[in-house]
Every structure is written in structure tokens, then in C-alpha cells.
Ligand binder design. Structure first.
Ligand code: UDP
Ligand code: MG
Length: 318
């Protein structure tokens, strides 16, 4: 039996891109169906992440034209990671395997076939990994590299140069459903799930149209989530820093006492100010890092839903 494949594609204000790429997703499905690698019940499933342009209109008319397209719409913009999990959980009801990818044509269409081959060979998670970063700006390239190194140092298990282009089987998705966290960082969770895993290399293309929805601010937020959702090591580092500062203070106190008894007490202004600045700086960093975790706990304890599906198109109701 050939597996049912659902391509899960989040879209946020992508009216410029969708007319260019939507046909390519379907053509790829057709090719794989013809090659008898996947079932003819396979679908392209779009997730409209609360777009404010005509994205949803484009998606509904695609669904009207062809039943191989299906789409869900979130009640508002919830961000890429939440849009992905919404689509994956919806697709899980019908699919044997899902592949999540960007709608802008940056993820290589030809890698889809390679991923399905890896699944046929027994892997249940297949990561799409970029084989080079030549097209990235210097800033993006070097910040990504140092970030991966930092994550590894913090003890977070992550696949370098892999974003959210990956194949997952329905068994993996069942396991993923158990991870109810609101601060979602899929790249960190998936390697923790286990199962047989494989990697497919691909060259990341330029966006076919439109502009990125990941400005520096969103990227930084995702990067911080990546660390604080998976590691408490930053908290330990604060403790370590506390010990170091306490030790330095001890040395400082001895110095002060020695100075006092030898009669040099008037000229202490510079050293006092330096120590004051240093210690209060450390304290502020410490508070900030602790605050990050407290904020996370606050959001997690509310257990609010990660997304609300407001509309469905070409999806059978249960
Ligand atoms: N996206 C989304 N919600 C958002 C931001 C982005 O669903 O709030 C989608 C977007 O439509 C695209 C994918 O996530 O399909 C990746 O975004 P983008 O291409 O802008 O990021 P980049 O590839 O530049 O990192
Ligand atoms: Mg993109």
C-alpha cells in the first residue's frame, strides 16, 4: 500500500507567492502518485495563519478548482510554529506521512521525493538540511553558526542547518501531540522524539516573490525560545557567576581591610564605583534570565490553546 502524503504549508500574507508556487506543489504530488510512491489520496494542505491580505481568498479558490488542495484558516496570526502544528495535527487525521515546508519555494521541491524514499526505507522522521549557506548574508550565516554552537553548549539537541522542512510519519505526529507546550520550538522537540531518523540534503533557493516574515525581532524571539524551552543551563550559569563574583568580592574585602589598617582609606572612589557597576550589571543579567523562565512558566500554566481553527476547506468534518 502506498502512503497518503500531506504537504503542510503555512502561509502568512503570501498573495504574491501563492500563484507562483501552488501549482508546483500539486505537480510534485502528481509526479509521485504516477511513480506509485504515494497514494492518490495525497493532498496539499495550506494553513492560512491569519493573513490580512487576499491569501485566504486565493486558497479557497484553489480548493474550489481542485480537490487535491485543502486549507484551514486560523482565527488570527499565531506565528509560523503554531501554524505548522495546526496543519500537522489536522493532516494527521488523514495522512500516513506529512512534509512541512515553506510556501515561498525556498524548500526544494525535488527533496520531497527523496524524503518519501527515505520513509520507504524505514525512517519515520526525515530532516531537510541545507547543504550550503552561500546565498545567505554574512550576518545571517555567522549568527546562525554561532547560535547552533551556543545551543549545543547549552545541551540542546538540534540538527544544524535544518529549519522546518521535514517529513514525519503519523506515529511521530501522535507522539508530538503529547507535547503540549505553548512556547513551541519544533526543531528542538522533534529530535527528542526518537524513532528512526534520516537526513536529506538540499540547496535552499531564493524566495520566489514577496519578503520574509522573519525580521530580526522575530528571529531573536525564536532563538531565545530555542534555548529557554529546552535547557536550564542559563540558570546554572547565573549560579556559577554568583560564586565567581562572591569570590572576587572576598578578595576585594581583604584588599579593603588591608588598606584600612594601613591608613589608605580616602582614595577608594574608583574601585568602589567599578565594583558597584560590575555587580549590578551581573544582577540585572541574572534577573533578566530568571525573568525569561518565569515568563515561560506563566504562559505554560495558563494552558491556553495554541491556535483556533476558524475555517476549513476541502476537509471532511468528523
Ligand atoms: N509564516 C507563517 N506565520 C508567520 C510568519 C511566517 O505562517 O507569522 C510562514 C510563511 O508564510 C512561510 C513560512 O512561514 O511559508 C516561513 O516564513 P518566511 O519565508 O517569511 O521566513 P524565512 O524563509 O525568510 O525564514
Ligand atoms: Mg521563506
Amino acid at each position: 500500500m502506498t502512503p497518503v502524503l500531506y504537504l503542510v504549508i503555512p502561509c502568512y500574507n503570501e498573495e504574491e507567492v501563492l500563484p507562483l508556487t501552488s501549482g508546483k506543489f500539486k505537480a510534485k504530488l502528481d509526479e509521485l502518485v504516477k511513480a506509485e510512491k504515494i497514494s492518490d489520496r495525497s493532498r496539499v494542505m495550506f494553513v492560512n495563519d491569519g493573513s490580512s491580505d487576499s491569501t485566504w481568498d486565493i486558497l479557497t479558490s484553489l480548493c474550489d478548482e481542485d480537490e487535491r488542495y485543502s486549507a484551514i484558516s486560523l482565527s488570527r496570526n499565531r506565528g509560523h510554529q503554531n501554524a505548522l502544528i495546526a496543519g500537522l495535527m489536522e493532516a494527521k487525521r488523514f495522512a500516513d506521512i506529512t512534509i512541512s515546508m515553506d510556501c515561498d519555494g525556498q524548500d526544494d521541491f525535488n527533496a520531497i521525493g527523496l524524503m518519501v524514499d527515505e520513509y520507504a526505507k524505514g525512517s519515520e522522521i526525515v530532516y531537510g538540511v541545507r547543504n550550503d549557506r552561500k546565498k545567505d548574508s554574512w550576518f545571517k550565516r555567522s549568527s546562525a553558526r554561532s547560535y547552533y554552537r551556543f545551543l549545543r553548549g547549552m545541551g540542546v539537541d538540534i540538527i544544524p542547518d535544518h529549519a522546518d522542512f521535514r517529513l514525519m510519519s503519523s506515529r511521530v505526529l501522535d507522539a508530538l501531540e503529547g507535547y503540549g507546550e505553548v512556547n513551541l520550538f519544533l526543531r528542538g522537540i522533534i529530535p527528542q522524539l526518537g524513532f528512526k531518523q534520516a537526513v536529506v540534503y538540499y540547496a535552499r533557493a531564493e524566495r520566489e516573490a514577496g519578503t520574509t516574515h522573519y525580521p530580526l525581532s522575530k528571529m531573536t524571539a525564536l532563538a531565545i525560545d530555542g534555548v529557554t524551552s529546552f535547557s536550564v543551563r542559563p540558570l546554572r550559569l547565573i549560579t556559577l557567576m554568583g560564586f565567581i563574583v562572591a569570590f572576587l568580592s572576598l578578595v576585594g574585602i581583604i584588599y579593603v581591610l588591608v588598606s584600612f589598617f594601613s591608613g589608605h582609606v580616602a582614595d577608594g572612589w574608583a574601585s568602589t564605583t567599578c565594583i558597584l557597576c560590575f555587580v549590578s550589571g551581573i544582577q540585572m543579567i541574572g534577573l533578566g534570565v530568571i525573568g525569561e523562565y518565569v515568563g515561560k512558566i506563566y504562559l505554560e500554566t495558563k494552558k491556553r490553546p495554541r491556535y483556533i481553527v476558524s475555517e476549513r476547506k476541502n476537509i471532511p468534518e468528523e
